[in-house]
Design a protein around this ligand. Structure first.
Ligand code: PLP
Length: 391
């Protein structure tokens, strides 16, 4: 029987995760591989959060939960968003979702009709084009170039904006770790206002900012009514498996999005929402504790990579990744990552997995203990020098 084109074109035949699958297969076959491919903490969810989850379930919060989110959780998220972004945000501006990914799908279905163009930036988080296709919209990539430090420029966005409904951005950025500067965000905001675009702002790494404060484009002039900002507790609270996040946006949009949740997830489990509330109540000190290892490991990684003539780190300021420019080795990101896995048993993501613009780069996830990361990076640098000599 025929399946819909929307479904069957969701992920391309080659999804760019070949190195990741090979690394997993090697591990399953008993080969010790240092796995630096995936953006997931090396520590599980904090036991205190799990206790809150268990207590909520045992107290009976196991039935259908409030679909837009419990009042208490929406209030806590609204307070956090207000405090971190400076935009006065109330319960009715918040929809609780099953993680940032569900929010990406929901926001695009909220603003795009089938056939509409939805813009996104290359390099990109791997699900972006598929998510846009999943709602029947047409993804159009805008290049952010290595020579611009992967900061998107307003000119190319404006040039691609005719007929588009939305622009999806992500800062702090996966895969590059780049933080979009105030200038970049103001330029993007101006294009959105001029071209009447919705801005979908993926801010799931908002606690992983290594210098200064996180700037949400929802806070820029004229943007509150046209921005849907996505948050998640996956990265900020090491709750990836709990599937909990949110959308912050105009009340009318949130109202309709709540109807969409009724027709898709029917809300997020009540005991997960209670655990999320408990987690948010732990405040920013807890969030800093979760983020701290990535800051420390980034500094560590930079100090090792600085010794290489062949590897140039992308100037980044956040997220749990370091992107390295390996073009001086004469390799593609794909070739480098495959060869590194083969000879050193170290798994990294090729830049090509994240679009065209990060070709010739690799992404290192800072998600293993410091001693393993140190060992892996020393070996990676040696490997790169060896390739260059062999060339
Ligand atoms: N957005 C970005 C940029 C990501 O890197 C991820 C996960 O890695 C997500 C969204 C989805 O996160 P979650 O659905 O766990 O909140």
């Amino acid at each position: 029987m025929k399946l819909s084109t929307r479904l069957t074109t969701l992920t391309p035949d080659s999804d760019g995760w070949g190195v990741y699958y090979r690394a997993k297969a090697m591990i399953a076959a008993g080969t010790p591989v240092i796995e630096l491919t995936i953006g997931e903490h090396d520590t599980p969810t904090d036991p205190a959060i799990l206790d809150a989850l268990h207590a909520a379930a045992r107290a009976g919060h196991t039935g259908y939960a409030s679909v837009p989110g419990t009042n208490a959780l929406r209030d806590a998220i609204a307070a956090r968003v207000t405090e971190r972004t400076g935009v006065a945000t109330a319960r009715d501006n918040i929809l609780v979702t099953a993680g940032g990914q569900a929010a990406l799908l929901a926001t695009h279905s909220a603003v795009c009709d089938p056939g509409d163009t939805a813009l996104f930036i290359d390099p990109f988080y791997v699900t972006y084009p598929g998510t846009i296709r999943a709602v029947g919209a047409v993804p159009r990539a805008i290049a952010a170039m290595p020579e611009d430090g992967f900061q998107p420029r307003p000119g190319p966005i404006a040039a691609a904006a005719a007929g588009a409904r939305s622009l999806l951005i992500n800062s702090p950025h996966n895969p590059t770790g780049v933080i979009y500067s105030r200038d970049t965000l103001e330029g993007i905001a101006a294009v959105c206002r001029d071209q009447d675009l919705w801005l979908i702002s993926d801010e799931v790494y908002d606690t992983q900012v290594w210098h200064g404060d996180h700037l949400s484009p929802r806070a820029l002039p004229g943007m509150e009514d046209r921005t849907l900002a996505i948050g998640s507790m996956s990265k900020s609270h090491a709750m990836t498996g709990s599937r909990i996040g949110w959308i912050a946006g105009p009340e009318e949009a949130i109202d309709h999005l709540s109807n969409l949740s009724t027709h898709t997830t029917y809300g997020v489990p009540g005991y997960i929402q209670d655990a999320a509330l408990f987690a948010l109540e732990q405040g920013t000190a807890f969030e800093r504790r979760i983020a701290e290892p990535f800051r420390r490991r980034r500094d560590l990684a930079l100090s090792i990579v600085a010794k290489s003539n062949r590897i140039v780190p992308v100037p980044s300021g956040g997220a749990m990744y370091l992107m390295l420019d390996i073009r001086r080795t004469g390799q593609t990101g794909e070739g480098f990552a495959n060869a590194l896995l083969e000879s050193e048993h170290i798994g990294v993501m090729p830049g090509e997995s994240f679009g065209k613009c990060a070709a010739g780069h690799i992404r290192v996830a800072l998600t293993v203990p410091d001693d393993q990361l140190t060992d892996a990076l020393h070996r990676l640098v040696r490997f790169a020098e060896g390739l260059a000599h062999a060339a």
